[in-house]
Design a protein around this ligand. Structure first.
Ligand SMILES: Cc1ncc(COP(=O)(O)O)c(C=O)c1O
Length: 452
């Protein structure tokens, strides 16, 4: 069975129709359109359905029920958009159906992972020999980097985890920002550790680790800090923390799911000063690099630790090529996601990527100023693309009412959050689609909701 012209042309048309609706369709689908997806819940078909009919159903029912999170007026979570070049590259790799587990199963992917690794390390000014693994998201990037950190610590202690197992292992200490993104805790849970074992370090009002309150460190410590707090966008004090860690021989891991890219900014790279002194980093590509899901990178200064943690050998697995991609990731078979990373970086270039980061951050700054003028209080220092806000009168119930009305208008969507013990709202701008005109529409929607 091959792609026939009818199917190929239909899917192209459907994609175009979706794209054309990005500016005018409601940001969040209507209740009726969400209800319509119930049609998928049918008994398992016994016979065949023509491919075109399957895709027609998907488009006719699925497209109206999409949340336009890749569009210019979705400001919830930190989701990014997707660049046309990366959508196109992902179509190509899906059509090729390459498995990047092994070089010979995907020569192009292995080469483009190698090239992307070189470019990323250069872009972020990290040690040249750093290893980069291409994984599904920042959660798994954290798991990958932290597992490599653990391997190094045990190896230094002469303990082989793969043989002795976790129950017999020496104790490792985890020193963790109190405001760390929850997925890091999940990653440590996957690794077999629980919260009772963690030493949490208090944070300041922006969610930055208070360095003076770090415990005494030693060479069995893994420290988890952040480049880009999920609410405020704040950055930890990398030079001070890395200096303490270096003296003690501890490992520093930076969760930079979105803020990890700030080095490319022309105006804000000072925020990540010293980040390169850490030992490992987890960064999403499906957020601010604007490639399709699922895509993130785990980077380790200690290349050997990463390779020793993840290498799989089996009698039938070939080991040709300069880079055996599965040596850097928890999975064996996976999607050729390195190709999309290469396509986005090649398309944007260092300058274009920097402009994307700065444009989103400038928009956030402008919008926070505009909110401030119409009765809102900005609760964070707006340093990058994140804005946390409440009403001047601190009426959080009225705030929710206003933001619900904005969501219902279909013109924009802002996400609720809990910040400093309050139920407030948060804006994140991380899509290349967001323009000043989008901000105007969103602001108008808020004003209208306030007047209602
Ligand atoms: C700071 C931070 N860390 C980790 C994650 C988890 O990323 P992912 O959903 O790609 O696994 C996120 C996602 O929002 C994040 O913002």
């Amino acid at each position: 069975m091959r792609f026939d012209d009818e199917l190929f042309n239909y899917v192209l048309g459907a994609a175009k129709e979706f794209e054309n609706g990005l500016d005018d369709n409601p940001v969040v689908p209507s209740a009726d359109n969400i209800k319509a997806i119930e049609i998928f819940d049918e008994p398992l078909p016994k016979g065949k359905t023509k491919a075109l009919d399957v895709i027609e159903l998907l488009h006719e029912v699925g497209t109206p029920a999409t949340t336009l999170s890749r569009g210019g007026r979705f400001f919830g979570f930190v989701v990014g958009g997707t660049l046309p070049v990366a959508v196109a590259s992902s179509w190509s790799t899906t059509t090729w159906d390459q498995n990047p587990a092994l070089t010979m199963l995907g020569y192009v992917n292995a080469k483009l992972e190698q090239v992307s690794q070189k470019w990323i390390v250069e872009l972020l000014e990290l040690p040249k020999t750093s290893a980069v693994g291409f994984v599904t998201g920042a959660t798994m990037a954290g798991f990958t980097a932290l597992s490599s950190a653990r391997h190094r610590i045990y190896k230094n202690l002469g303990y082989d985890l793969k043989v002795g197992g976790l129950r017999n292992a020496p104790k490792i200490r985890f020193i963790i920002s109190e405001d760390i993104h929850a997925t890091n805790i999940r990653a440590l849970n996957y690794m077999g550790y629980g919260t009772d074992e963690f030493e949490f370090v208090p944070v300041d009002k922006q969610g930055r680790v208070i360095v003076d309150q770090m415990p005494a460190l030693d060479s069995r410590c893994i420290i988890l800090i952040q480049a880009g707090n999920i609410n405020s966008g704040a950055f930890d004090d990398f030079p001070a923390i890395c200096e303490l860690a270096k003296k003690a021989g501890a490992w520093v891991h930076v969760d930079g799911a979105f803020g990890g890219w700030l080095k490319v900014s022309k105006t804000r790279s000072h925020l990540v000063k010293g980040m390169e002194q850490a030992d490992s980093w987890s960064i999403d590509c499906h957020k601010w690099l604007n490639v399709p899901y699922d895509s993130a990178i785990a980077i380790c200064r200690d290349r050997e630790a990463m390779i020793e943690t993840f290498t799989i050998s089996a009698s039938y697995l070939t080991t040709d090529g300069d880079r055996i991609p599965n040596n850097f990731t928890p999975e064996l078979s996976r999607r050729a996601r390195g190709v999309d990373v290469w396509a986005a970086l090649k398309h944007l270039g260092q300058d274009g990527f920097g402009e994307l980061i700065d444009r989103c951050s400038d928009h956030a700054k402008w919008f926070s100023g505009a909110l401030d003028k119409i009765g809102f209080t900005i609760m964070n220092d707006v340093v990058i693309n994140q804005v946390v806000f409440c009403l001047d009168d601190n009426d959080d119930a009225r705030l929710k009412d206003i933001m619900d009305k904005v969501a219902l208008s279909g013109k924009a969507w802002f996400g609720p959050t809990r910040w400093h013990g309050r139920d407030v709202y948060r804006m994140s701008i991380s899509s290349h689609e967001t323009t000043k005109a989008d901000l105007d529409v969103a602001l108008e929607a808020i004003k209208e909701a306030m007047e209602e």
